[in-house]
Design a protein around this ligand. Sequence first.
Ligand code: VG1
Ligand code: CO
Length: 541
Amino acid sequence: MIKTVATQPYLDQKPGTSGLRKKVRVFQQPHYAENFVQSVFDALGDEKTGQTLVIGGDGRFLNREVIQVAIRMAAANGFARVVVGQGGILSTPAASNVIRRRRALGGLVLSASHNPGGPDEDFGIKYNIANGGPAPEKVTDAIHANTRTIRRWLMVEAADIDLDTLGEVTVGDMTVEAIDPVADYAALMERLFDFTAIRKAVAGGLTMAFDAMSAVTGPYAIEILEKRLGFASGTVKNGTPLPDFGGHHPDPNLVHAKELYDRMMAPDAPDFGAASDGDGDRNLIIGRGRFVTPSDSLAMLAANAHLAPAYAGGLKGIARSMPTSAAADRVAERLGIPVYETPTGWKFFGNLLDAGMATICGEESAGTGSDHVREKDGLWAVLLWLNILAVSGKSVDQIARDHWATHGRNYYARHDYEGVDSARADTLMAELRGRLATLPGQTFAGLTIEAADDFAYTDPTDQSVSRNQGIRVLFEGGNRVVFRLSGTGTSGATLRVYLERYAADELDRETPEMLADLVAAADEIAGIARHTGRTRPDVVT
Ligand code: VG1
Ligand code: CO
């Protein structure tokens, strides 16, 4: 029954920050997806025999086709069971939860996250390990090595299964079980948060707007926000997952979720606004008249998490990615708990969470989560905010102002230069690396550099080292600029410039004004205009 199909390696299958992401047309090349999936399975060795594999995706173009292929391949590679979301749907955090609850060996999450979808846009495949989290670098390195030598992939001859019907079918010797993608996840959220308190606040007039961006969180948000918490029907906008996300970027930032932003800045705005991305792991938080940066959201959630049942006993520690602002560090310091600074990408939080060293983690890119799963979790952040609003009785704006009054404010922005020629972007970074040693003591745009380095991380649990994770330039007074290249794009390079200024007072100023000298310094230091020909970023978040 098992068929061996001959193939040739593709040399561009190196997983990035979060799995393999390419244009759909690239994935449609003969054997392309199969090669990658087989390379994942080969990296698992004999461990997979008799085990369970979870498969699901964000519903984007190619999702169903790749799921059918992966099921036939899983059967040929010795798995005993595949658990798949009905309709091929599982948000990234829901997939993480299913892997953990079902004690699966791992899971394939099919998504290119916040990247657009459709025949001319992006697709992606990510492998998650038994703890529910993204495969660590030693696993992704093994997968990549396999993609470079692969000569065959395995499948069973079987027809497509009906992904839309719940229940079990057999493929080869393997059982495939289609599950409700929302049920387990919604139950988990009910255990973590005070749904009674939130329901009471909603009955008392608390209103919200949620933009699911025609991506995977629609069904989750409708079930949890409208059905279980009682928010008015219509609270969830764009709630049906579409293969092309309605032609939009499912990226919850002020550019791509501008409609929500405008609504939240209007005088008749609801109390709370939120959005999530393609695969449901990111969150955008906007109170009436008050945008909360993701870095601040992490800090404010950590500071108030004790108001939710799951975190009432306190936090073990906080972890943040290096480019994320130090706002969370100030909370950790006040609470007397450790803070960990990791490279960009959720895979670096897994070990800290498994070891019980951190409870809450976050990234400046609108990712926040906790030890309830091993992925960032968009709706989790929304529900923690709602729990805090309901129990404290405060508005988002009040919570933000109180927070800054206690901790000071980390003004923060990220400037993205997209679609830059890769060679030019590499030259910019190489030049910067070459000058690191000479930077301390020099002054740019009136700011004197205290230290500069290329961030390297040693995992405190297994001592594994990850180098070249972004260039940090620290100025006197604790202000900072970070430069790194994106590892999730599918064409050209994206230069990310992260800007941060700490203010102990001056708590109510405009961010662009507070960061103007850092923007000028960043351009002088890295020669952004000189290398890229750009005088302003494409996206500011
Ligand atoms: C970006 C973000 C990073 C995030 C990653 C995956 O990576 O900066 O913080 O973990 O996307 O998020 P990069 O390498 O492009 O900067 V998602 O929601 O796209 O899975
Ligand atoms: Co995502």
